[in-house]
Ligand binder design. Structure first.
Ligand code: SAH
Ligand code: SF4
Length: 375
């Protein structure tokens, strides 16, 4: 029998599994803390676990890390890891340090089935869902690697925020996502507050409704267009879940959410969605004037990160600022995202760049390299 991967379990599932071994809940808590809080994967070193339990674990279970294919560090401190998930697939995580926080951008799928026009992951197509263990292995590795690398004092965390904004549509991998979120939030796990864990979605309406009930965390919705006509073109999922349904789900979500606003992400595409008139349409859309419910929100304008196959261009800076001003003048908090990690292709939507060519990814998988380009 293959050993089970303990990274696949939230605390309740680990407790149930330990129960099958005849172990009490407090033993599961100890084990969970060793894994997630101390980053330990070797049962023999879990010194306060009973010898008998360590014996049962050996052979029956393991903590399965992801193999790091490459690491790139940007001059601005951003670090990107490419992880092997087998079968020629790779996913990426990006660490973004700021003065008061450390954010990890985590992937949920190898590829993505939504196929947004402006996203290189979307152009790559869908390979497969990541397991809970593969989602958590990104955080497990990054947290414990960074604690050592940054020589953090005992008890200090490297990662204070997680955003599910890497490769993939997290709400199309719901059953693996939710236990992973629970481990992030668990005080015996990573102890992150619900406000500091963000799920970003292109708008999988039924799953927004389920997340509200199962595990409400901060929510970012990738809007990108003020009308169904344009959004149908940019985010094909809009044909299934049009704006009226999406906005209703957003509004309902806020009744249970840890924050009292939705963050709308809006990728600025030159001549496509960036006119002042479209900014005004957005105001009408979220303020309830278009007949939809009013949605308390903030806007995050993302300068488009171009890639060759997209055929799209980044909006000029003055156009982005003019667009932001229209929204701000209407009282909507609007930020323009700083592009981080540009020099290592770690910015939004560029994450698939390196793995787009499956043949290249295959080559890389047979020849692992650790590459550090700048520090
Ligand atoms: N699938 C989810 C989360 C991953 S994408 C979603 O779509 O929300 C994370 C963010 O990056 C989304 O807001 C997405 O629209 C944005 N993005 C994708 N490609 C981009 C690109 N080329 N330039 C800038 N932002 C991009
Ligand atoms: Fe998928 Fe998000 Fe990229 Fe759209 S933007 S293709 S949903 S990863």
């Amino acid at each position: 029998m293959n050993p089970v991967n303990l990274l696949d379990f939230d605390l309740d599932a680990l407790t149930a599994w330990c129960g099958e071994l005849g172990e009490k809940r407090f033993r599961a808590v100890q084990l969970f803390r060793w894994i997630h809080q101390k980053g330990e994967s070797d049962f023999a070193r879990m010194s306060d676990l009973a010898k008998s339990l360590r014996g049962k674990l050996a052979g029956a279970a393991m903590v399965q890390p992801l193999q790091v294919i490459s690491e790139q560090a940007s001059s601005d401190g951003t670090i990107k890891w490419l992880f092997d998930v087998g079968g020629g697939n790779a996913v990426e995580s990006v660490f973004i340090p700021e003065d008061d926080r450390g954010t990890l951008c985590v992937s949920s799928q190898a590829g993505c089935a939504v196929g947004c026009r402006f996203c290189s992951t979307g152009h790559q197509g869908f390979s497969r869902n990541l397991s809970t263990g593969e989602i958590l292995a990104q955080l497990w590795f990054a947290e414990h690697h960074l604690r050592t690398r940054l020589a953090l004092p005992a008890g200090e965390r490297a990662i204070t925020n997680v955003v599910m904004m890497g490769m993939g549509e997290p709400l199309q991998n719901y059953s693996a996502l939710v236990p992973a979120l629970r481990v992030m939030l668990d005080d015996h796990g990573y102890g992150l507050s619900r406000r500091r864990v963000t799920v970003s979605t292109s708008g999988v309406v039924p799953m927004i409704e389920r997340l509200q009930a199962d595990c409400p965390v901060a929510m970012a919705v990738s809007l990108h267009a003020p009308t169904d006509g344009l959004r149908d073109q940019l985010v094909p999922l809009n044909r299934k879940y049009p704006l009226a349904e999406l906005l209703s789900a957003c509004r309902a979500y806020l009744s249970a959410a840890p924050r009292d606003f939705i963050t709308f992400e809006y990728c600025m595409l030159d001549g496509v969605n960036d006119s002042p008139a479209q900014a005004q349409q957005l105001i009408d859309l979220v303020s309830g004037r278009g007949g939809q419910p009013r949605v308390p929100c903030k806007f995050n304008l993302i300068p488009f990160n171009p890639f060759p196959a997209s055929g799209l261009k980044r909006s000029p800076r003055d156009r982005v600022m003019a667009f932001a001003k229209v929204l701000q003048d209407a009282g909507i908090v609007t930020t323009v995202r700083k592009t981080r990690g540009d020099d290592i292709d770690a910015a939004c939507g560029q994450l698939a760049g390196e793995v787009q060519d499956r043949t290249n990814a295959q080559n890389r998988l047979t020849r692992p390299v650790i590459r550090i380009e700048a520090s």
